[in-house]
Write a protein that binds this ligand. Structure first.
Ligand SMILES: NC(=O)C1=CN([C@@H]2O[C@H](COP(=O)(O)OP(=O)(O)OC[C@H]3O[C@@H](n4cnc5c(N)ncnc54)[C@H](O)[C@@H]3O)[C@@H](O)[C@H]2O)C=CC1
Ligand SMILES: CC(C)CC(=O)C(=O)O
Ligand SMILES: [Mg+2]
Length: 355
């Protein structure tokens, strides 16, 4: 029987709760589909600081390299807020992404038909929304040097090399070729030189994809257009910080940030994680929505392990649960038959996915 080695990083806050549910679902589909998953748990973020003194232990850096894919929850929280920057949990995640070379963060923003009433936007505006945000993940202002914090001033650097822009643009164009063949590249080229540079390179790459329609949009307008008329977008190609912000905004089309998954791919092993953070405000209460993480596990099966039938089973199980009115509290105001805990939602998806 085929066996895959999965790195598991539960993290902090709601991380352990939501990852446990994703594992439950993975176990159910792997039995149903006849393959084995072997899990190797690793530390990152706040829990790593507590146990080892650093947010990204060497053991984790080495451990992920030996896996077929890595499933990740989320890190961070107020407990670690007063540490110096290089010791903060988030630094560990940035470091891990860099170490793994996962420069392409794919963040689908889709609206489930079953949840068209879950958004504060009109159903006519959001029904059928299916956007793929392609976010550059290992460059830009989150990584640029110099970066310094002093008493009287502080600064960061937004920097992109030609190769960094080219390779993420290629990913976006390749994805667009399998979709509606439309890319909107989002930047701030009216103000930032780095965005002018970004545009020029994206235009260069576009020459190799004559079938793809390329447009450009400033990020402030893009934030507005996402809410005004999201269906105008197919693939959104953008940099690290803009993609981070726009994908959180796009989650409100779907109804909750607790629904949207992501896949980070690039040079080797992929990292699969929900787009949200560790939600310390609801951690430990059993009310987190595990669907974003369960969907991330589905992306892992599809993109990293090529287990497409198992991934389809999970996606269908999620739709079925939503269609039958099962809701966690974050989407509980809309067409709910039953409000579920995090664990109950995991049980339902695992059950449906295994049938
Ligand atoms: N990938 C990661 O590990 C990320 C970590 N963070 C970290 O997470 C911590 C909290 O950050 P926030 O800005 O509050 O963002 P957040 O995404 O953790 O939470 C924002 C809001 O969404 C809600 N929420 C998030 N996930 C949910 C889920 N699955 N089900 C139901 N509700 C959910 C939270 O309760 C909160 O009200 C910080 O330490 C931050 O640095 C933030 C973003 C990404
Ligand atoms: C916590 C940060 C390192 C990143 C972030 O917010 C994200 O990737 O969504
Ligand atoms: Mg974010």
């Amino acid at each position: 029987m085929k066996t895959y080695k999965i790195g598991v990083i539960k993290g902090d806050g709601i991380g352990p709760e939501i990852v446990d549910e994703a594992i439950k679902v993975l176990d159910a589909v792997s039995v149903a589909q006849g393959f084995n998953l072997k899990y190797d748990e690793m530390l990152l973020g706040g829990s790593a600081i507590d146990e080892t003194g650093v947010p990204l232990p060497e053991e984790t850096i080495q451990g992920v390299k030996k896996c077929d894919a890595v499933l990740f929850g989320a890190i961070g929280g107020p407990k670690w807020d007063n540490l110096e920057r290089h010791l903060r949990p988030e630094t560990g995640l940035l470091g891990l992404r860099k170490e793994m070379g996962t420069f392409a963060n794919l963040r689908p923003a889709m609206v489930y038909d079953e949840l068209v009433n879950a958004s504060s936007l009109k159903p006519a505006v959001i029904q059928g929304v299916d956007i793929m945000v392609v976010r550059e993940l290992t460059g830009g202002i989150y990584f640029g040097q110099p970066r310094e914090l002093h008493e009287d001033e502080a600064f960061n650097t937004m920097i992109y090399t030609k190769e960094e822009v080219r390779r993420i643009a290629v990913v976006a164009f390749d994805i667009a070729m399998k979709r509606d063949k439309r890319i909107c590249s989002v930047d701030k080229a009216n103000v930032l030189e780095v965005s002018q540079f970004w545009r020029e390179i994206v235009e260069e790459v576009a020459k190799d994809y004559p079938e793809v329609e390329l447009s450009h949009m400033y990020v402030d307008n893009a934030a507005m257009q996402l809410i005004r008329d999201p269906k105008q977008f197919d693939v959104i190609l953008t940099g690290n910080i803009f993609g981070d912000i726009l994908s959180d905004a796009a989650s409100m089309l779907s109804g909750s940030i607790g629904l949207l998954p992501s896949a980070s791919t690039g040079k080797g092993v992929g990292l699969f994680e929900p787009i949200h953070g560790s939600a310390p405000d609801i951690a430990g209460q059993g009310i987190a929505n595990p669907l974003a993480t369960i969907s991330s596990a589905s992306m892992m099966l599809r993109y990293a392990l090529n287990e497409t039938v198992a991934a389809d089973r999970i996606d269908e199980a999620i739709r079925k649960a939503l269609a039958e009115g099962y809701r966690t509290g974050d989407i509980g105001d809309y067409d709910a038959k039953e409000i579920c805990t995090c664990t109950e939602m995991g049980d339902i998806i695992a059950d449906y996915a295994s049938r």
